[in-house]
Design a protein. Structure first.
Length: 136
């Protein structure tokens, strides 16, 4: 298979699998850590309104979803890449970072969460995904 095609497939699969990990954690977050009493997390408006009621524990699963989604996506991409595994893994980190930046701008989450999420969940996890892939 041509290296460019193989790298393209690696990036697409990394985005899909990483996005799936992220989505599964977010969708099941209420089962892991129940939302505040009366909070409706099923709509964007309900989520935005519930932000004021949330405690630090409610931000653990979103952070893990972002970090693990990026980690898995970068790992898959680096593992499958024909060339440039580190750069492609970091590209996955950049794509997830862009999604995280959009969420930071969309939801009124606390500043401490936004900073922690943007600094730790994307590029460090993409780098770690590349490292544990074993590709040089």
């Amino acid at each position: 298979m041509h290296p460019i095609l193989k790298n393209t497939i690696a990036v697409i699969l990394g985005m899909l699998i990483g996005g799936t990990v992220n989505s599964l954690l977010i969708m099941n977050s209420a089962a892991l850590i129940p939302p505040p009493e009366g909070a409706d997390l099923t709509t964007s408006e309900g989520l935005a309104a519930a932000m004021a009621l949330m405690e630090p524990k409610h931000f653990l699963i979103p952070f893990l979803a972002h970090a693990l989604g990026t980690l898995v996506g970068a790992f898959v991409t680096a593992k499958l890449a024909a060339s440039f595994p580190k750069q492609l893994a970091l590209f996955i980190g950049m794509m997830f970072f862009m999604g995280g930046t959009f969420m930071v701008m969309s939801l009124p989450a606390p500043l401490w969460f936004n900073v922690t999420d943007l600094l730790l969940a994307y590029f460090p996890m993409a780098w770690l995904g590349w490292k544990i892939s074993g590709k040089k």
